[in-house]
Design a binder for this molecule. Structure first.
Ligand code: C2E
Ligand code: MG
Ligand code: MG
Ligand code: MG
Length: 286
């Protein structure tokens, strides 16, 4: 489904870039350069409530390369993590989401929440919450419109520092979701102590939800647990009507996936929003 995920060129990219060290180095050098000169792009994947109303977007970063075309994050996020460049990359993403959101509001679009992926290395910086606060202020951005997606690993690896920063940010109105939920080893006892409003069920569970001996019971249990803790649940990677119907019957709050839309370029967002009936999702815990 690579052609659906925001870059027709990706299929040839994966063939062109093997995992060889020299090409990783080339991407790292290029990444370093474009973080100064520009060349990253954000795509936005819409999210829908159970009654199919648009309720927000997830911002997903892409890299524009002269030879490789539009490169998807699985290719360069690991390189950015290893080299430490993820901190400036991630900061750019937060700035760009605020700038873009502001521009959309000023052009008359209704406000919608945007989810941003945050890496553990960003969170481990003691000045992360200060940085976010400054960016929001600079762009006159309502903190309620930002959601930070963290993984279970981020939370568990550095619990005290992450918890501290999450509380500071959540006191300002920023929401948190746990991304790829079910693939890591987080303890619910710990998650419950953190200001987390949403669990995002990983695509691998949605993929096998219709199969006999599949993941139905796991998803069912996750939903009932999350709801009993007052959290919303987003299903990622919903690709067909069958999955959608099961998730709807189970009471999943929000869905995201190719069934609705792939990630789209920022230029394509206004038309999608105008054609939809957007709602602001109320979080039980927020
Ligand atoms: P993620 O946060 O779990 O994002 C969801 C990924 O699933 C996206 O891939 C999206 O295009 C893809 N997807 C959405 N719906 C479907 C579907 O129905 N079927 C299938 N097969 N895939 C679907 P993408 O954009 O390639 O991003 C991959 C990962 O890269 C993200 O996974 C996230 O972990 C990371 N990432 C993306 N942007 C950022 C960023 O700004 N910062 C950081 N730290 N990580 C990022
Ligand atoms: Mg995510
Ligand atoms: Mg995810
Ligand atoms: Mg995932």
């Amino acid at each position: 489904r690579a052609k659906n995920s925001g870059g027709n060129q990706y299929v040839c990219v994966s063939r062109e870039i093997s995992n060889s060290a020299s090409e990783a180095t080339e991407l790292e050098v290029y990444l370093r350069r474009i973080l100064k000169e520009g060349g990253l792009e954000l795509y936005y994947q819409p999210q829908y409530t159970i009654d199919e109303k648009l309720c927000g977007f997830e911002a997903l970063v892409r890299l524009r390369h002269p030879r490789f075309g539009l490169v998807l994050p699985d290719r360069f996020i690991p390189i950015a993590e290893e080299s430490g460049l993820i901190v400036s990359l991630g900061n750019w993403v937060i700035e760009e989401v605020c700038r873009q959101s502001r521009a959309w509001v000023e052009s008359g679009l209704p406000q919608l929440r945007i989810a941003v992926n945050v890496s553990p290395l960003q969170f481990m910086r003691v000045d992360f919450s200060n940085f976010v606060e400054q960016v929001l202020k600079h762009h006159n951005m309502d903190p309620h419109l930002i959601e930070f997606e963290v993984t279970e690993t981020t939370v568990m690896r550095n619990l005290d520092e992450v918890a501290r920063q999450m509380r500071v940010l959540s006191d300002q109105g920023i929401r948190f979701s746990v991304d790829d939920f079910g693939t890591g080893y987080s303890s619910l006892r710990h998650l419950h102590q953190l200001p987390i409003s949403t669990l995002k069920i990983d695509r691998s569970f949605v993929e096998r939800i219709c199969e006999r001996n599949g993941t139905y019971s796991i998803v069912e249990a996750t939903l009932s647990l999350a709801h009993s803790l007052g959290m919303n649940v987003v299903a990622e990677g919903v690709e067909n009507k069958q999955q959608w119907a099961i998730l709807r019957d189970l009471g999943c709050d929000v869905m995201q996936g190719f069934l609705f839309s792939p990630p789209i370029s920022s230029q394509a967002v206004p038309a999608l929003v105008e054609a939809a009936t957007p709602v602001t999702l109320r979080s039980a815990r927020g």
